[in-house]
Design a protein around this ligand. Structure first.
Ligand code: ADP
Ligand code: MG
Length: 400
C-alpha cells in the first residue's frame, strides 16, 4: 500500500471533488463550502442531493473517463462518499491529484472477502465465515457457519443482498437466490448490542476517534443511534482502539466508519468498514465540536484534525421514505410537531421521491443526559408513528 506522501495543505478557495452525491456527499459539500472551498460532485443521478448544492455536478458514471479527466484537471483533491465507486477510478485519479481515502483501502471495504481477509490477517476479531465462489465451495463450509447469514461479497448495503441460512441444506438455495455471485457465509451471532466508531486519520498519521454510538437496526437498516453508547466503558475504549488500529493498518486518510457486534457472551467483533462518514455519525453535526464531515474536509486538505468532543448526549433517528406513506397515501410528515420538541435538529436531504427504505433525512435529539435525549426521542417516534425503540442496554443505568 502506497504511503500518502502529500504533505501540502490544500488551502481554500481550492476546488475539491467528491465521488458520490448522496446525503453524505451533501453534508461534505456543506462542510467544505463552510471552510471556503468549492466542490464538484460526480454522480450519474441528475437529482443527487449533493449535486444540487455543489458548484458543479458532473452527471456521469463513476468510471467516465472524461469526467475523471475534468476532475484531475480542475480539482485539487478528491474524496468519496459512496463505497462502490470503482476502485480503479480512484486509482486513476490518484495519479494526478491526492485521493483520500486511498483506492486500496476503499477496495478492501468494497468486498466482504477482502474485508474479512484484512480482519483475519491483522488479528481483528470477527465472526467465523466461509467464502463461496463456486458450487464446490458449498460442500466445504465449516459447521460453525450455521445458522448463518449469506451475504453478497460486493454491493450490499442496508441489509440488501443477504439471506438467512438455517442449515447446510438451505445454503445452495440461498446462494441461487442471490444469483450465485461471490458471497461470504457468516455465522449468525447472538447480539447483545451493535456499536460503531467513527475514526479520522490525517496524512500525518494523527488519528482521532469519536465516542462509540449504540446502533439499533430495523429490517437491516440503521434506525436509531444513541451516543455516547450506553455500554461498558471498557467495551467502548476497546472499540475505539480497534478502529484506530484499522485506520493505521489501511494507511487510511479520511473518515472511516467501523461497525461492531457485542455478542451475548461479551465478545467484541468487527462487523464491517465504511470508507467514508457513516450514518451512525450523523449526530456529530449537532452534538460534537467538529462534525465527521468537517473532519473529512480537514483530512483531505491536510488541515489539523478537529476535536471529537461531544458536548451533548444525542439520539439520531433515521427518517425513511416509509414515513411519507403512513396512511397509505403520500403525505409529508408533520415536521412542526417534531420541531416543537426540545432540542431537536431536523435534517432533510432534499430527495424528491420518497420510497420505502430510502433514507430521506434524520432527526437528532440533544440533551445533557442520555436518558433525557432518549425520552424525547421516544415522543418523537410516537409523533412520527414509528414503533418504539428497544430499551437501552443495562450498562446505561449502571453508569448513570
Ligand atoms: P450492510 O452492509 O447491509 O449494513 P451488515 O453486514 O452490516 O450489512 O448487516 C446488516 C445488519 O444485519 C447488521 O447491522 C446486524 O444487525 C445484522 N447482521 C449482519 N450480520 C450478522 C451476523 N453475522 N450475526 C448477527 N447479526 C448480523
Ligand atoms: Mg452494516
Amino acid at each position: 500500500m502506497s504511503l500518502d506522501q502529500t504533505p501540502l495543505v490544500i488551502a481554500a478557495p481550492a476546488r475539491l471533488a467528491v465521488l458520490g452525491g448522496g446525503q453524505l456527499g451533501r453534508f461534505f459539500v456543506r462542510a467544505a463550502q463552510e471552510l471556503g472551498y468549492e466542490v464538484w460532485v460526480l454522480d450519474p443521478d441528475p437529482e443527487a442531493p449533493a449535486g444540487r448544492i455543489a458548484e458543479r455536478h458532473l452527471i456521469a458514471p463513476y468510471d467516465d473517463a472524461d469526467a475523471l479527466r475534468e476532475i484531475a484537471q480542475h480539482c485539487a483533491a478528491a474524496t468519496t462518499e459512496f463505497e462502490n465507486v470503482p476502485a480503479p477510478a480512484l486509482a486513476w485519479l490518484a495519479q494526478h491529484i491526492p485521493v483520500r481515502p486511498n483506492a486500496a483501502a476503499v477496495a478492501v471495504a468494497q468486498d466482504r472477502r477482502e474485508e474479512k481477509g484484512f480482519f483475519v490477517a491483522n488479528g481483528f476479531p470477527c465472526v467465523s465465515y466461509a467464502v463461496i465462489v463456486r458450487a464446490e465451495d458449498l460442500e466445504v463450509v465449516p459447521q460453525v457457519c450455521f445458522p448463518g447469514i449469506l451475504k453478497t461479497a460486493r454491493l450490499g448495503y442496508d441489509g440488501k443482498g443477504q439471506r438467512s441460512v438455517e442449515t447446510r441444506d438451505a445454503l445452495a438455495q440461498a446462494w441461487q437466490e442471490l444469483g450465485q455471485v461471490p458471497c461470504v457465509l457468516e455465522a449468525r451471532v447472538a447480539l447483545a448490542a451493535e456499536l460503531s466508531v467513527i475514526v479520522v486519520r490525517a496524512a500525518s498519521g494523527e488519528t482521532v476517534a469519536y465516542a462509540p454510538g449504540w446502533n439499533v437496526h430495523r429490517h437491516g437498516i440503521l434506525d436509531v443511534t444513541l451516543a455516547p453508547a450506553p455500554l461498558p466503558s471498557a467495551v467502548c475504549a476497546e472499540a475505539q482502539r480497534l478502529a484506530q488500529a484499522m485506520a493505521r493498518a489501511l494507511d487510511y486518510v479520511g473518515v472511516l466508519g467501523v461497525e461492531f457486534f457485542l455478542t451475548d457472551d461479551g465478545r467484541l467483533l468487527v462487523n464491517e468498514l465504511a470508507p467514508r462518514p457513516h450514518n451512525s455519525g450523523h449526530h456529530t453535526i449537532d452534538a460534537c465540536a467538529v462534525s465527521q464531515f468537517e473532519q473529512q474536509v480537514r483530512a483531505l486538505c491536510g488541515l489539523p484534525l478537529g476535536a471529537t468532543t461531544q458536548h451533548s448526549a444525542a439520539v439520531m433517528v433515521n427518517l425513511l421514505g416509509d414515513l411519507w406513506f403512513a396512511d397509505g397515501q403520500r403525505r409529508e410528515p408533520d415536521w412542526g410537531r417534531i420541531l416543537a420538541l426540545p432540542q431537536v435538529a431536523l435534517h432533510l436531504y432534499g430527495k424528491r421521491e420518497a420510497r420505502a427504505g430510502r433514507k430521506m433525512g434524520h432527526a437528532t435529539v440533544l440533551a445533557s443526559k442520555r436518558e433525557d435525549a432518549w425520552s424525547v426521542a421516544k415522543v418523537l417516534r410516537q409523533h412520527l408513528g414509528l414503533p418504539p425503540a428497544p430499551e437501552m442496554p443495562l450498562a446505561a443505568k449502571e453508569q448513570g
